[in-house]
Design a binder for this molecule. Structure first.
Ligand code: SAM
Length: 239
């Protein structure tokens, strides 16, 4: 049985270039590549995962431009995160879909040992630049949520702030140490009807069994859109 490659996105880019398919639209590219992988014998679950990773990593090229153009979003550390870590002993923190590092650098400045991942290389480059300016170290990894290895009982804190995917919240339970904290802030599904947004009480269901330190479903300022909308916010501790 054929195996997926270690870096499915690089393989895809090579294939696209060698076949001169760059002129096709994204859907056509994905359909052709999917047919090729099927013909190579990739089984259905692995095919689905590979196409997910390629699509997510390609989203990173969109965010590369966002970070290169200069930020329109709030570049100060997210207020929910600041509140969550106040009076907490610093430990190992994971910043999911970390962007340009506003939150990772804040955590590192406050003594946390931070790892972050994102699909945007420009975002990670900017995060490293900001870390250097602040004279702190952070580890940045170019990966989608599907590729990143969350580990088991590894983190004292997992920050999921304005994520663009929903896979990560389901990995927290296993990845967080007992007593560790998860912090999530995202628009409510009603705000944009996006697949990555959360329904009413959905976060409470996902984190059932956690000690809920704060849960809000309220109209508030969105750090990225910079306008008020219905938001959900959660701070919870793994029991
Ligand atoms: C709205 S930004 C939020 C960034 C950061 N968490 C913050 O609060 O400033 C969303 C980020 O998710 C990244 N992203 C999108 N899909 C992803 C995926 N599947 N895996 C990892 N990162 C992803 C984008 O590149 C972008 O940097």
């Amino acid at each position: 049985m054929a195996q997926s490659s270690a870096d499915p996105y690089s393989e895809f880019l090579k294939w696209r270039q060698s076949n001169s398919y760059s002129g096709l639209n994204w859907q056509q590219q994905i359909e052709k590549y999917s047919a090729k992988l099927k013909a190579d014998g990739l089984e259905a679950a692995e095919l689905k995962r590979t196409l997910y990773v390629i699509t997510a990593r390609d989203e990173g090229t969109y965010y590369d431009n966002v970070y290169k153009k200069g930020p329109k979003f709030d570049t100060t550390p997210n207020r929910l995160l600041v509140e969550a870590v106040k009076n907490r002993t610093a430990g190992r923190a994971l910043d999911v879909d970390m962007g340009q590092g506003r939150n990772a650098v804040y955590l590192a400045k406050n003594g946390w040992q931070v790892t972050g991942f994102d699909v945007s290389k420009a975002g990670l480059d900017e995060a490293q630049r900001l870390a250097k300016l602040a004279r702190v170290n952070i580890q940045t990894i170019l990966a989608s949520d599907e590729e990143f290895n969350f580990g088991v009982e590894k983190w004292d804190l997992i920050a999921i702030l304005y994520p663009l995917e929903k896979g990560s919240v389901y990995r927290v339970k296993q990845a967080l140490k007992t007593g560790g904290l998860v912090v999530v802030e995202c628009a409510h599904k009603e705000a944009g009807n996006q697949a990555f947004e959360f329904e009413t009480n959905e976060l409470l269901k996902i984190f059932e069994g956690f000690r809920i330190l704060k849960y809000e479903d309220t109209v508030a300022m969105h750090d990225w859109a910079r306008k008020e909308m219905r938001m959900v916010r959660l701070i919870a501790e793994k029991q």
